[in-house]
Design a protein around this ligand. Structure first.
Ligand code: PHE
Length: 447
């Protein structure tokens, strides 16, 4: 078996779509609004946007560049590049920590995506009709307390992911993504129009964009940084793996701008919609994990053709989630295949099996294990989420940035990321001096 990636995207557009598919998912629609609410709104959003542009974007460019230049899964890509740069093989740690992070993320991601599937089924059966805010709360807590159903939905999502990655229907999924992206966008626009009709759109807008720094803590800043990585699928090799399938002709700079632009736009739209519903119904913005599940169904119950929009919305979110989960398997599956010659199916089942088992811990964290604290205040879900998102991703990203800025031969860097004149100097300065220190600063402050 060759240690190089054999696949490739059919075009630059296909790469951009798949990478946007990986980036846009529950992170934008479920996670972003609820952590904005938990961390007090505007100031958090501002820090998040700074993290996206000064840390996320340069690291994203670096990560896809390392993938295309290293031409392999994250472990072997780093080994190939370290050899070319005559640097230590130890850089492969980026690949290994990424594989661990990706399995941890897949484990809780699929449990939450399972809830979305459950809500899709509820929307089809008309369960949101005449739903009041308190009924929506009851519906959500009812589902959480039902460990059996949650295990079922979690298993279904893992199973769908494995089926897509193992069964070679990726081409089909790529087609689905190209319909899903515009579809999700249009539904969010419809929801924005609805949000405007509630009369609380401007309250929502100022909640998200008026920065009140007294509401933001250091740990909030770390959460914003972790979210920037999580939302852009950065720091664990997923983008590196996707980058390794990109042809020479594609512009990584342009692709990176598209990915960051769409990812940020969709998160902001989701936030504006959800907070309008929160304020219009006198709900609390800081209700946590349940925010999406307790707000949107109430809105669907009130709007004309609500059932139709609800079903479409949840269907698109399921697709958005699946286009993210499949990218989570990519680093590990590529490594097992290219290093041990393990077949795609076997690798997929092996890694998916681990994620499935770990995911049971997340499922139980919402019911039977809810009171069981693993470390400090964190239960099993909280701990897995914290370690993966706020520790492994920023550290992986830090190493990716340092390698690209300081170790990667200049010729390779400039070939992969050609930017002219002063823009190049600015990019290099940011990547060398701003990005790594910003990550370290936030990281140490937050811990
Ligand atoms: N970016 C995805 C989202 O926001 C989650 C993800 C993280 C996917 C890391 C792949 C890798 O939903």
């Amino acid at each position: 078996m060759s240690k190089l990636s054999a696949q490739s995207w059919s075009s630059q557009t296909m790469f951009i779509l798949a990478a946007i598919g990986s980036a846009v998912g529950l992170g934008n629609i479920w996670r972003f609004p609820y952590i904005v609410g938990e961390n007090g709104g505007g100031a958090f959003v501002l820090v998040y946007l700074l993290c996206i542009f000064f840390i996320g974007l340069p690291i994203l460019w670096s990560e896809i560049a390392l993938g295309r230049a290293g031409k392999a899964n994250p472990v072997n890509a780093m080994l190939n590049l370290a050899q070319e740069a005559k640097a230590s093989k130890g850089w492969a740690v980026i690949g290994f920590s990424g594989i661990i992070a990706s399995i941890l993320i897949l484990s809780f991601y699929s449990a939450i995506a399972g809830l979305i599937v459950a809500y899709f089924v509820k929307s089809l059966s008309g369960d949101f009709a005449n739903l009041s805010p308190s009924m929506a709360e009851g519906m959500f807590s009812g589902l959480l307390s039902d460990a059996g159903s949650m295990v079922f939905w979690h298993s279904l999502v893992i199973f769908l992911t494995l089926g897509i990655v193992a069964g070679g229907v990726k081409a089909g999924l790529e087609k689905a993504i190209s319909i899903m992206m515009p579809g999700l966008f249009v539904i969010l626009l419809v929801l924005l129009v609805y949000a405007a009709s509630t009369g609380y759109f401007s309250a929502s807008f100022s909640y998200m964009f008026y920065p009140d720094f007294s509401a933001l803590s250091w740990s909030g800043v770390l959460i914003a940084l972790g979210q920037a990585f999580f939302s852009l699928s950065l720091g664990l090799g997923a983008m590196m793996a996707y980058g390794s399938y990109v042809g020479r002709g594609a512009s990584l700079i342009k692709s990176g701008l598209w990915i960051v632009g769409m990812d940020t736009l969709i998160a902001i739209m989701a936030g504006l919609v959800i907070f309008s519903i929160v304020f219009a119904n006198g709900m609390a913005p800081n209700q946590g994990v349940g925010l999406l599940f307790q707000t949107l169904p109430v809105a669907f119950a009130q709007m004309p053709f609500g059932e139709v929009f609800a079903s479409l919305f949840f269907a698109f979110v399921i697709l958005a989630a699946l286009s993210s989960t499949i990218s989570l398997l990519e680093p590990g599956v590529g490594w097992l295949g290219q290093t041990f010659g393990l077949g795609r199916k076997a690798s997929v089942w092996f890694l998916g099996g681990i994620a499935w088992i770990l995911g049971l811990g997340t499922v139980l964290s919402f019911n039977l294990w809810a009171e069981f604290k693993l470390v400090g205040e964190l239960n099993f879900f909280g701990f897995v989420e914290f370690v993966a998102t706020n520790v492994l991703l920023p550290l992986g990203g830090l190493l990716i940035g340092i390698f690209t800025a300081w170790v990667l031969p200049k010729a390779i860097r400039e070939r992969e990321l050609p930017v002219a004149g002063w823009a190049n100097a600015l990019f290099l300065f940011t990547l060398r001096f701003i990005t790594p220190f910003a990550i370290l600063w936030v990281f140490i402050g937050g811990l």
